[in-house]
Design a protein around this ligand. Sequence first.
Ligand code: AP5
Ligand code: MG
Length: 196
Amino acid sequence: MFNIILFGPPGSGKGTQSEKLIEKYGLKHLSTGDLLRSEIASKTPLGLEAKNFMDKGQLVPDEVVIGMISSALDTNPHVPGFLFDGFPRTEAQSEALDKLLKLKKTEIGVVLALIVTEDELIKRLLNRGLTSGRPDDNNEEVIRARIVEYHQKTSAVAEYYKQFDKVVYVKGEGTVDEIFELLTSEIDQRNQPVTQ
Ligand code: AP5
Ligand code: MG
């Protein structure tokens, strides 16, 4: 199994690149943002609770997202690996994920961290807000709140994985295909098929 965390601030291209990566490597895409939006669409109690946080650009409580990921791991026992997008987002989530993967006798192979300037993030998200229907893309104040949450809580995730030497920084500006090339080259260097 080869498991990847695609890491980066809001609007850095995690979702865009995930679509291409899962197609190339056959990984199971686990985006906590997508999972939460689908709970909201289905009006579940979990979705209704999460919506209060998401609409303000705040992180949803750790136990909610950890529970979602735990059941997603259990319901996908036979995949070649997972691509985590938007998770983990706090140090507590990182520790919980490592424990869950250890129970499954696997681990994170690499953390690919996309680097994008703040001006570009805001431009991309405001632009997407014109058509996405995502309430958290609609106004600049909420977008800025998401970026503040990222600096205050989520940047710790990269620090956490650095102690295991798993973090690789990748330029997240350029064309989608250029960034995809950089990501696949990092993955291929670390995920060589075992030869005897
Ligand atoms: P989530 O859905 O994860 O959103 P996010 O991390 O804020 O970021 P986005 O999904 O908006 O951006 P992205 O990096 O995927 O970029 P994308 O490819 O879409 O989380 C939403 C909320 O859910 C959080 O605020 C929180 O409340 C909650 N949540 C989720 N996970 C949680 C967790 N683990 N713990 C607690 N709470 C959690 O690209 C963005 C735009 O840029 C698109 O329009 C795209 O077309 C464009 N674009 C992409 N690449 C390029 C490029 N190379 N050049 C130009 N434009 C590009
Ligand atoms: Mg996304």
